[in-house]
Write a protein that binds this ligand. Structure first.
Ligand code: ADP
Ligand code: ADP
Length: 225
């Protein structure tokens, strides 16, 4: 069964139709990448799924349930957004623990979960470090650990490697793919980088002007550019 289903979802910003009757499904354990130029509606799509932008038409369903009226923090999502910076006044562990604390997770459980996540993203000793001392790549890993912390049923990434240089991106994209396979994660990621989408995705969705114009495996999309 599809974990996520967008059934003709439209979003308006005033006169502008930012999403135009978008249909898309993401199956359990699948990684889907949304590819498209700036302004094509990629971020709006994520925000509509997250409940951060009102939907003007159609339905967003998670595990078959219509999400209308379900607030963002009750949707069971892990978000890693480009504009979603780490909290500079907290250390790395504090950043990762934040969402768990909001859910009133007991302290020892938080500590062991944070240690596990730091291990997972390859920063086992970074817990006490100040965010300001992290490199760009390390910050991305911490943001990913924060998004993964509550064990979300769907992970949504907006330009997950956007700020990084090419070498680091190519390395991290391989790591991400392996990590998601190992965890069995269901992922919806947005990027404007074709190489990144093809390397990361089981299926690629190409958007233009608020519409889905192509949908298929990386090989299928590659053959019909
Ligand atoms: P992408 O993520 O692909 O760059 P967006 O989803 O950010 O695209 O934007 C889709 C369209 O909606 C663009 O035309 C953009 O200018 C417009 N848009 C995005 N956010 C807003 C907003 N808050 N108010 C008005 N228009 C917006
Ligand atoms: P802020 O608005 O203070 O920047 P965020 O929206 O960045 O907080 O949330 C940080 C983390 O906490 C995210 O993982 C988010 O899912 C989680 N979170 C935010 N609000 C809640 C809430 N009301 N209940 C549970 N978790 C939440």
């Amino acid at each position: 069964m599809s974990l996520l289903e967008l059934d003709g979802v439209s979003v308006r910003y005033g006169e502008r139709l930012a999403l135009d009757a978008v249909r898309l499904t993401v199956a359990e354990g699948e990684t889907v990448c949304v590819l498209g130029p700036s302004g094509s509606g990629k971020s709006t799509l994520l925000r509509a799924v997250a409940g951060l932008t009102p939907v003007a038409g159609g339905a967003v369903r998670l595990a078959g349930r219509d999400q209308r009226g379900v607030p963002a923090h009750r949707r069971g999502l892990g978000l890693m957004f480009q504009d979603h910076q780490l909290f500079p006044q907290r250390d790395v562990a504090g950043n990762i623990a934040f969402g768990l604390r909001m859910r009133r997770t007991p302290k020892p459980a938080v500590a062991s979960r944070v240690a596990e996540l730091l291990e997972l993203v390859g920063l086992p000793d970074a817990g006490p470090r100040a965010v300001a001392t992290l490199s760009g790549g390390e910050q991305q890993r911490v943001a990913l650990a924060r998004a993964l912390a509550p064990g979300p049923r769907l992970l949504m990434l907006d330009e997950p490697l956007g700020q990084l240089d090419r070498d680091l991106r190519e390395r991290l994209v391989v790591e991400l793919r392996q990590l998601f396979a190992r965890l069995g994660s269901t992922v919806l990621a947005v990027t404007h980088d074709q190489g990144e989408a093809f390397a990361l995705a089981d299926r690629v969705v190409v958007m233009r002007a608020g519409r889905v114009v192509q949908l298929g495996s990386p090989v299928e999309v590659w053959r019909r550019p």
